[in-house]
Design a protein. Sequence first.
Length: 187
Amino acid sequence: MAQGVRLIFLGPPGAGKGTQAQVLAESCGIPHISTGEILRAAIANQTELGQQAQGFVDRGELVPDSLILNLIRERLQEQDAQQGWILDGFPRNVNQAEFLNTLLTELKQQCDVALNLEVPDATLVERLLSRGRKDDNQETIRRRLEVYREQTAPVIDFYQKQGSLKSVDGDRSLEEVTAALEQAIAS
């Protein structure tokens, strides 16, 4: 696997983005950047942005885009991200994708490939139910998939139009999906 690669992972909940991003990040020697982890780390480290985020979390509110965007800006400027990165869970909408393009230009970086993991709904529901989270039932999972399609499907179109999207069948074994992703990155 090539070092210095910058990847965006797209795909519905349960597609295996986090797992695959972790595997590829290790083989490429680059950080796997998850927005959820950035947020938790900023809060735990009591950074200025973390303290702002804590207020929203304490009130049970979603952390606003502007704060997430600033956290991403900060994270992509860290030393370990200079040789490449994998973004997982970001961008979630076209506004965030446009912001990311602007930010990468500002940082003199660019995304090499936006990887979209395609998995049928029936498989996603099965995978998410097997995680055993108490808030996961058929109804909430189907709603999450609807929300994903409404908000994130346009992001897939965004990267398709830019010519940087590569879709991979995520409905296979972990090893087969990893191999397909590595091939998509190399080609």
